[in-house]
Design a protein around this ligand. Structure first.
Ligand code: ADP
Ligand code: MG
Length: 390
């Protein structure tokens, strides 16, 4: 039943989660810590969140029986990934609260709608062209100077998947064919000085909590390292905050959201929006009194946000991809016992099968007393070396 009066949901009532990945798992941990019960819908019977949820509906996202059961169990539901079918959110929204709502998710789950939305609300974005037919390729003007560029499928891309770098119209045609002519966006390839992201929480009353700006380093399109706080001028931090708030207000957003930015030749561009907590925000688990998943729980339960007081202002997060399990010819467990120590916090997501490019966990390295940001970055690199060389 819909929580029409915006009543607060009290523990041990159920909160619903669509998706059972690592983000759903951290949400479940936060919710259970606060006394809530969690229902996870995910078709994978070994999903990281499904394994620890109070109830795991092991069904597909369009299974109406499962969605009806979810509605009977939960007054409110959220999602941990943007590729959730729009129809699922609409179906749930008829009877229960969906936060963030289907309208916001439908914009950010499609790169064409997302980029148009960003441009229309006055956010700086790099040059882009919608590619939805061979005619749209023919119409590209040489004077547009879009090449070198990146062709991205409008939907279902993540961790650099669904992207091909192209240098000419001929390469673009091949790439578009490679994607079976599915609608795409062509983005000019920016010369990146830096990538940063901002995680913010917004309640239905329009109140915000914002975490410090994060500096991100990617390898092959996948987040590798996050450095907190971002090493960038405070004016850029202010501009990123203004843009993220504006985006969330325009989307009438309720929930936790991340905005990814590019910095190129000292100009800040919005890259994309994630309608959920973000991998780059994982530092908050170990450094803040209220982490990004705690805020997600509070918003979902209709409660007010808590100030995420910062216990460790300096931190580095190192992602652990499945590649680490294949550092020699044979599959081999990493020697995590070698990196244990003060200020080092290891998180593994409970995924049974390591695969190259799969996010298996992360390590947060905390800046302890008298340690500079440089020291902490160095320590993170030495931890990476230990893991890879043993
Ligand atoms: P995903 O959904 O996979 O995160 P992104 O659009 O964020 O997709 O792309 C992944 C990464 O690829 C970015 O973080 C950045 O490192 C690189 N990238 C993407 N688009 C561009 C671009 N237009 N110019 C330069 N680098 C880009
Ligand atoms: Mg991205």
């Amino acid at each position: 039943m819909k929580n029409k009066l915006n009543n607060i949901i009290q523990p041990p009532d159920y909160l619903g989660m669509l998706g059972g990945g690592q983000l759903g798992r951290f949400f479940t941990i936060s919710a259970q810590k606060m006394g809530y019960s969690v229902l996870v819908l995910d078709p994978d019977k070994k999903s990281p969140a499904g394994k620890i949820a109070d109830k795991h509906l092991c069904k597909t996202y369009d299974d109406l029986g499962a969605l009806d059961e979810l509605k009977l169990t939960c007054k409110v539901v959220t999602t941990e990934f943007e590729n959730i079918p729009y129809e699922t959110l609409k179906y749930l929204e008829k009877d229960i609260d969906v936060r963030p709502g289907s309208k916001a998710v439908s914009i950010v789950q499609n790169r064409i709608r997302e980029k148009n939305f960003l441009r229309d609300c006055g956010c700086p974005v790099g040059q882009f062209i919608v590619i939805d037919s061979f005619a749209s390729i023919k119409n590209i003007n040489e004077q547009d100077n879009i090449f070198p560029a990146i062709l991205k499928t409008a939907q279902f891309g993540y961790d650099g998947k669904g992207q091909i770098h192209v240098k000419s119209k001929i390469e673009l045609e091949d790439a578009f064919k490679g994607f079976n002519n599915t609608p795409c966006i062509l983005e000019e390839k920016l010369d990146l000085d830096l990538e940063v992201s901002l995680v913010l929480s917004r309640t239905s009353k329009g109140n915000f909590e914002i975490y410090p700006l994060i500096e991100n380093q990617h390898v092959s399109g996948i987040l590798d390292l996050s450095i907190i706080p971002a090493r960038i001028h405070s004016s850029v931090k202010e501009q990123a905050t203004i843009l993220a708030k504006k985006i969330s207000n325009k989307l009438d957003y309720v929930g936790v959201m991340a905005v990814e930015f590019f910095v190129s030749k000292d100009i800040l561009y919005v890259n994309e929006i994630a309608p959920r907590p973000h991998n780059s925000g994982h530092f908050s688990i170990d450094t803040c009194t209220y982490n990004q998943f705690d805020q997600q729980v509070l918003i979902l339960a209709g409660r007010e946000l808590e100030k995420p007081a910062i216990k460790f202002p300096i931190a580095v997060m190192l992602n652990l991809l499945g590649d680490l399990w294949f550092r020699s010819d044979k599959q081999k467990e990493p020697r995590f016992e070698l990196i244990a120590g003060e200020g080092i916090s290891l998180h593994l997501y409970g995924k049974e099968e390591p695969r190259v490019g799969r996010k298996m966990g992360h390590v947060t390295i905390l800046g302890l007393k008298n340690q500079s940001q440089k020291d902490v970055i160095k320590k993170a690199e030495s931890i990476r070396k230990i893991l890879w060389e043993n």
